[in-house]
Design a protein around this ligand. Structure first.
Ligand SMILES: O=P(O)(O)OC[C@H]1O[C@H](OP(=O)(O)OP(=O)(O)O)[C@H](O)[C@@H]1O
Ligand SMILES: Nc1ncnc2[nH]cnc12
Length: 182
């Protein structure tokens, strides 16, 4: 797969907010990409082009920013969407995974009937930092017997080591742009 044409365009419109939500964190804010209709379309189309022939069964997205992109990409691919939610939000039977973040710890859950064994799943989030969130989501899907075809995100923060960890765990990962050395 060729590198996306729009990586620099997209990266240059991500806003950096220093010391948020706590001192020392350089928060990479994707909301400017969502506000601009052309950027939002480029973003969605980049994922749609990459996965339109991937023979997927379903798209899963991670609470909350992974829902924004994941649901639109699923719709454009004519697929259903599965929410992987923060603890305590899903009403039916769930499985759960706890993980560490750059700024705290959290638990994610998925409904036990969210996908079937053997389903080919695309896992979407906005950003990979330590990789804890994406790996927890991957583990949930794996526990349901799904095949996670790829993890996908807009942004990689490679200095936090998550993208390497994810690939080391055997999950292929696609990101459009990164903040290496920024
Ligand atoms: O690679 P990691 O270190 O796990 O960090 C990445 C995760 O952190 C952010 O979500 P956050 O938990 O802040 O929740 P939000 O989407 O509700 O803002 C982001 O949207 C990713 O899900
Ligand atoms: N630096 C960061 N910017 C935006 N979202 C994040 N999630 C974890 N770390 C983050």
């Amino acid at each position: 797969m060729k590198e996306p044409l729009y990586a620099d365009y997209i990266q240059s419109h991500i806003r950096t907010v220093p010391d948020w939500p706590q001192p020392g964190v350089m928060f990479r804010d994707i909301t400017p990409l969502l506000q601009d209709p052309k950027l939002f379309r480029v973003l969605v189309d980049t994922f749609v082009h990459r996965y339109m022939d991937a023979k997927l069964d379903v798209v899963a997205g991670v609470d909350a920013r992974g829902f924004i992109l994941g649901a639109v990409v699923a719709y454009e691919l004519n697929l259903g969407f599965v929410p992987i939610r923060k603890k305590g939000k899903l009403p039916y039977l769930t499985v759960a995974e706890e993980y560490e973040l750059e700024y705290g710890s959290a638990t994610v859950e998925i409904h036990t009937d969210a996908c079937k064994a053997g389903d080919r799943v695309l896992l979407i989030d906005d950003l990979v930092a330590t990789g804890g969130t994406m790996l927890a989501a991957y583990n949930l899907l794996h526990r349901l017997g799904a095949t996670v075809v790829e993890g996908a995100a807009i942004v990689d923060l490679p200095e936090l080591g998550g993208s390497r960890l994810i690939r080391d765990q055997g999950l292929p990962l696609f990101t459009i742009c990164d903040f290496a050395g920024h």
